[in-house]
Design a protein around this ligand. Structure first.
Ligand code: GLV
Ligand code: GLV
Length: 323
């Protein structure tokens, strides 16, 4: 029987798989503090954490028995993977199972902002609808337009497949060329500048790294068309939020739809005042089906590590066997 610390209650399907082990679950509604994480993990063999938990060298040093850090997310920017590798601690994530779910949300946001769904809903509830009118709540067409996908991994590709159904021209910019995407969706590999200048919708799907931090700032927003929209379901820190507020206020772009924020859970106060932005609370993977699958996946990763096997979704296999 191993000891496992879980920083929040997860869907039952995952917990069930771990029931032979001793589980300590942090039951708060808000993320645990650093001190609470350290207190929870110190005598544990495994840690299951969320993207809101910063897992750094200090946390790792407080847990000498720790074999695995299993993130309940695909993004792993909250974990210092280099430090984990040094200590022989395996790090895992939950890729694949959330791909289509996040792509669905990116599309929901794209359509919501282009067709002013949230504004329209508010308008109705406020009793402002006086009847059909030729110029009421005009938005942008989606069908036949150009989408620019930044980051052509699993999620970016799933967004592109949906764009095909809308008969869109698909541009993408990515660290690596994705020939499968080009074949499957007739997507064109372009540089960032071309993408920003030509896309009607720019959708972000890169992980957060040193290279992607603030990759969309003032300069990039100014390259976009004044009629274009920015959609972000990746990581908030990839966008300079201050510059985005300026862009939305001054009309450098027409709108934005954001599921992630630079300093989550805080959001820029000006964003809340703007009608041309749609805001959701980091719910990209939040479907009943996917959150359950993610819970099973983290449990399977933990079980493998505890059995001395290489977990299926290990992001630092070089740490395997070092501890
Ligand atoms: C969500 O943002 C994730 O990385 O899974
Ligand atoms: C994440 O799963 C990605 O590759 O887009």
């Amino acid at each position: 029987m191993a000891k496992i610390f879980i920083t929040r209650r997860l869907p039952e399907e995952g917990l069930q798989l771990l029931k032979e082990h001793e589980l300590e679950i942090y039951e708060g509604d808000a993320p645990p503090s650093k001190e609470e994480i350290i207190e929870g993990v110190k005598d544990k063999d495994a840690l299951i954490c969320l993207l809101t938990d910063k897992i750094d060298a200090e946390v790792m040093d407080s847990a000498p028995n720790l074999k695995i850090i299993a993130n309940y997310a695909v993004g792993i920017d909250n974990i210092d993977v280099k430090e984990a590798t040094k200590r022989g601690i395996l790090v895992t994530n939950t890729p694949g199972v959330l791909t289509e779910t996040v792509a669905d949300l990116a599309w929901a946001l794209l359509m919501a902002v282009a067709r002013r769904i949230v504004e329209g809903d508010k308008f109705m509830r406020e009793g402002k609808f006086k009847g059909w009118a030729p110029l009421l709540m005009l938005g942008s067409d989606i069908y036949g337009k150009t989408i620019g996908i930044i980051g052509a991994g699993r999620i970016g590709s799933a967004v592109a497949r949906r764009a095909k159904g809308f008969n869109m021209r698909i541009l993408y910019y990515s660290r690596k060329r994705n020939e499968k995407l080009e074949e499957e969706c007739n997507a064109e590999y372009v540089d960032l500048e071309t993408l920003l200048k030509e896309a009607d919708f720019v959708s972000l799907h890169t992980p957060l790294t040193e290279e992607t931090y603030h990759m969309i700032g003032e300069k990039e927003l100014k390259m976009m068309k004044p009629t274009a929209y920015l959609i972000n379901t990746g990581r908030g820190k990839c966008v300079d939020e201050e510059a985005l507020v300026k862009a939305l206020k001054e009309g450098w772009i027409r709108g934005a739809a954001l599921d992630v924020f630079e300093n989550e859970p805080a959001i820029h106060p000006e964003l809340k005042k703007l009608d041309n932005v749609v805001l959701t609370p980091h719910i990209g993977s939040a479907s009943y089906e996917t959150r359950s699958k993610m819970a099973v996946m983290v449990a399977e990763n933990v079980i493998a590590a505890l059995e001395g096997k290489l977990p299926p979704n290990c992001v630092n296999p070089e740490a395997y066997g070092k501890k």
